[in-house]
Design a binder for this molecule. Structure first.
Ligand SMILES: Cc1cc2nc3c(=O)[nH]c(=O)nc-3n(C[C@H](O)[C@H](O)[C@H](O)COP(=O)(O)O)c2cc1C
Length: 459
């Protein structure tokens, strides 16, 4: 129930709910992708046995649809890392960045089990042939009845490149130049069937009008493709495009192509700066700020009382200081940067790594920022939060209030839950936090449209 629309610096457009609050969007970032989620925790259930089956995700998608989330997004990767200590052992031992089953296979099943929520698998523009990606996304757009998106990443590690026959990965900014051309080509394939090309005329026995289906004859610097696509346009025409890279090159790519950006700037000021930077880039690219929704990762710690939530937070922080947690954090940093963090002195500050990272530059910049006060690497890894922009601890109502305040200040556009996935944590968000957000008029109470993009761009 929307009462009015108001111009706001930042997004250029936001909507107040009938309760007078600026409304925002919600999603869930499944940070382990289609993989083992929870398997030895209190609430893991049969996590070790059922992770490769769709049931948990079906339950999750239905729960998040009940919560009126905009979308659910699956992280993905294309290799088993060995950056830490020059070995895959740590990654295999703790199932970090592996295994990774193909999330596109899940989307059709989730589409069948739901009717409104947007569903986004991750795809690598560096390695997914554009023709195959265009066809896969259109096929999924049909299977989900207009609710698919693609999280377009450029992949970051040499190991992934080696799985596709390259000696090493392409240089960082070159990857984004390739991604731009990839997107251009995919867009042309999606446009290779004019509206009205499919006629299904029973009288003349005509399926499609040949004058409305065209080759694209694409000749780029990196890709060539004749076209047309051999799949008919999906309900959305162009599936929703999501983008996650925060470097200047990544943001430029998003400004040209993305309907939604997901990011993890640290704190409200950085979130606001990110939104404003994206708005400026969108305008420079000839688009409106409201054309692209920026969602920030958060990892709320929820409990029945604020005190209980604080105690839970204290326990989580203490666990971060245990040896296994330090090792996994170092392995994550190695994966992000491609540098071997097992060789770094834990009791010295993080060295200056500028110019050495060909992987996730924005994630490494975030670590560097967090260590500006001179903390040691050990202190950094035992306190750093990779997947939250804000510290949110309390009852669902306390956290909902904090989220509302942050969004009011940032100027849009929403949050992406990055909590671990098990049925207990899903219920905390879908049946605890979401109702609290709805009571405050901060998120939608029902979906207005059938298609993903229409709901995403509604406010
Ligand atoms: C929230 C978030 C989610 C991401 N998800 C993926 C992913 O699923 N797969 C992947 O290969 N990279 C993922 N990335 C990495 C980015 O897409 C990008 O490749 C990386 O950050 C390097 O680009 P940058 O230097 O522009 O930040 C993610 C990054 C962020 C911030």
């Amino acid at each position: 129930m929307l009462s009015d629309s108001t111009g706001v610096p930042g997004t250029g457009f936001q909507v107040r709910s009938s309760k007078g609050e600026y409304m925002f969007h919600m999603g869930w970032f499944v940070g382990h992708g289609f993989s083992v989620q929870s398997w030895k925790g209190t609430w893991s259930g049969a996590g070790a046995r059922e992770w490769m089956m769709p049931d948990l995700y079906v339950d999750m998608a239905r729960s998040l649809e009940r919560a009126c989330f905009d979308y659910m997004i699956f992280e993905d990767g294309l290799m088993i890392p060995d950056a830490f200590g020059g070995s895959m052992d740590t990654y295999l031992k703790y199932n970090m960045e592996c295994p990774r089953h193909d999330p596109t296979a899940l989307i059709g099943i989730l589409g069948q089990a739901t009717s409104r929520i947007g569903l986004i698998p991750t795809m690598s523009t560096s390695f997914y042939p554009p023709f195959m990606a265009a066809r896969m996304l259109v096929t999924l757009d049909h299977l989900t009845r207009g609710r698919v998106g693609g999280n377009l990443v450029t992949s970051s590690s040499h190991r992934a490149a080696q799985n596709f026959g390259h000696a090493e990965h392409f240089e960082h900014d070159l990857r984004y130049r390739m991604a731009d051309e990839w997107m251009d080509l995919v867009g042309k394939l999606w446009g290779s069937w004019e509206p009205g090309a499919v006629v299904f005329d029973e009288e003349t026995g005509t399926f499609a009008d040949g004058s409305k289906v065209h080759t694209i004859d694409f000749e780029g610097e990196f890709f060539r493709c004749r076209g047309p696509l051999n799949a008919v346009p999906g309900p959305q025409g162009r599936p929703v495009i999501c983008q996650a890279g925060g470097s200047p090159a990544g943001r430029e790519f998003a400004a040209r192509n993305a309907d939604t950006v997901i990011c993890v700037p640290l704190g409200v000021a950085a979130m606001k700066a990110y939104r404003e930077d994206m708005s400026a880039r969108l305008i420079a690219a000839g688009r409106k700020p409201a054309d692209c929704k920026v969602l920030y990762l958060i990892r709320p710690v929820l409990a029945e009382t604020d005190a209980e939530a604080q105690e839970k937070r204290r326990r989580l922080r203490a666990a971060q200081r245990e040896q296994a947690a330090i090792e996994t954090q170092l392995a994550v940093m190695s994966y992000f940067s491609g540098l071997d963090f097992s060789t770094f002195d834990l009791d010295k500050p993080l060295p200056d790594l500028s110019g050495q990272v060909n992987g996730h530059q924005s994630s490494m910049t975030r670590y560097a920022k967090d260590s500006e006060d001179g903390k040691t690497l050990r202190e950094l890894v035992s306190t750093h939060e990779t997947t939250t922009s804000l510290e949110l601890v309390g009852t669902p109502d306390t956290v909902a209030a904090l989220m509302g305040e942050a969004m009011e200040e940032v100027g849009g556009d929403g949050f992406l839950i990055s909590n671990d996935v098990d049925r207990h944590s899903i219920a905390q968000i879908a049946d605890g936090l979401a109702p609290a957000l709805k009571r405050r008029g901060l998120i939608r109470e029902s979906y207005t449209h059938e298609h993903f993009r229409d709901n995403l761009l509604e406010f």
